[in-house]
Design a protein around this ligand. Structure first.
Ligand SMILES: Cc1ncc(COP(=O)(O)O)c(C=O)c1O
Length: 388
């Protein structure tokens, strides 16, 4: 993997000011090419999950490389169209019904109904195509923690799997075919689940005779900290291929695969640069805290999920100390060094001995950081973004 150059990051922090997200063109391109070259027996279409990071330069770069897109709201789909992405490259799968469905369909956007109500709304839309996709909750979920699992009985995403027959009956009555099955079980899943996940998806596809494309969603994990395992996309692709071939041998149906990675594609390609604006402690039995000029308003992942990110104080100190790193928001929970998957737990970090004014870098912040920011909280202006 391409590494960040600390001297360059320090320079950027000085010239650009902090807080600032820096995104690497080279890292995104490298990962995109790997996905675009994945060999699957009946073809593969990688779609970038735009919600992960909707910076226009990221979209333009991926569009230029030939990537397709997964939008999670009709507003995201519209943003993509406004940036010049053609509708045929966009798949829309949203919790909320689209505010502009006729326009999106006219432009060629591929629609995924995620409930019976959305299927009914689609059917009633004038000028709609006669084929549609259906998102199904397969009854199993996987994710970094419960808050990013999107399968299973505790998740509202997709049509519950036992209602598939009802959906098929409905579309048949109205002359519509469901030609694409969409499943996404969560983000940050352990790499070992993918075979089981594909088997569950194929069991559902077998009951849907018109399905020719299977969208297996995203959720491919990256290593950010500790013992987290990076998904090996080549190995996962090979496993998917084997199972799709088995399905073809059994049913005669050659399914084209779609995948929707956000994290795997762009996660490593972002770093958040901040300034240490204060250092305080809570006595000999307490902690030493590094207070930053950023926090949960720019970087909500630790607070939301207890996610852990590698950090570095960008100075030349040879000594290290244990610190708890906190954000600038007036919230006790604005802790950036949380315990694994526990937003309430604290895990101090050994970092280079720091002084007020030093730059602190938070790595692997390319996704679900700026795009998930808590706009306006404490009226902090929010981090800037630089694409290099
Ligand atoms: C439908 C869908 N596809 C793809 C993704 C991307 O997931 P990840 O960034 O973990 O790859 C998500 C994330 O929530 C999603 O909901």
């Amino acid at each position: 993997m391409i590494e960040w150059d600390s001297a360059q990051l320090r320079e950027i922090a000085q010239e650009q000011g902090t807080p600032c997200f820096v995104y690497s063109h080279a890292m995104i391109e490298d990962r995109a090419k790997k996905l675009l070259n994945l060999a699957l027996p009946f073809g593969c279409c990688p779609r970038y999950a735009v919600k992960a990071n909707n910076h226009p330069d990221v979209i333009r770069l991926l569009d230029g490389l030939g990537m397709h897109f997964d939008a999670s709201s009709s507003y995201e789909a519209q943003e993509l169209l406004d940036l010049g992405v053609i509708g045929e490259k966009i798949s829309l799968s949203s919790q909320q019904p689209a505010h502009n469905l006729p326009e999106l369909l006219t432009k060629g956007v591929r629609y995924v109904a995620t409930s019976m109500h959305q299927l009914e709304l689609y059917e009633a839309t004038t000028g709609r195509p006669s084929a549609v996709a259906l998102r199904v909750n397969p009854g199993v979920g996987a994710g970094h923690n419960n808050r990013n699992m999107t399968g299973g009985a505790n998740s509202s995403f997709g049509l519950w799997n036992t209602y598939v027959a009802e959906a098929l009956h409905f579309v048949h009555k109205h002359g519509i075919v469901i030609d694409r099955l969409h499943i996404h079980i969560g983000s940050g899943a352990d790499p070992t689940i993918w075979g089981k996940m594909m088997e569950a998806a194929l069991d559902i596809a077998e009951t849907m005779p018109d399905v020719v494309r299977l969208d297996i969603g995203g959720g491919f994990k990256i290593h950010r900290y500790g013992d987290e395992k990076e998904a090996d996309m080549i190995a996962i692709g090979a496993e998917f291929g084997r199972l799709l071939q088995g399905f073809a041998a059994k049913t005669g149906r050659k399914l084209h695969l779609e995948i929707e990675p956000g994290t795997w594609l762009v996660g490593h390609a972002g770093v958040l640069l901040s300034e240490i604006v204060d250092i305080v402690d809570t006595g000999s039995d307490g902690h030493t805290f590094l207070r930053l000029n950023t926090g949960m308003n720019d970087f909500a992942r630790p607070t939301m999920y207890g996610s852990q990110h590698q950090m570095a104080v960008l100075n030349d100190s040879a000594d290290t100390e244990e610190y708890v790193v906190v954000g600038h928001n007036c919230e006790t929970g604005d802790i950036l060094t949380t315990a694994p998957t526990d937003p309430e737990g604290i895990e101090p970090r050994e970092l280079r001995s720091a002084a007020i004014g030093d730059t602190l870098a938070i790595y692997d912040t390319g996704v679900y950081c700026r795009s998930m920011s808590l706009k306006g909280y404490n009226s902090f202006p929010g981090a800037s973004e630089l694409f290099i």
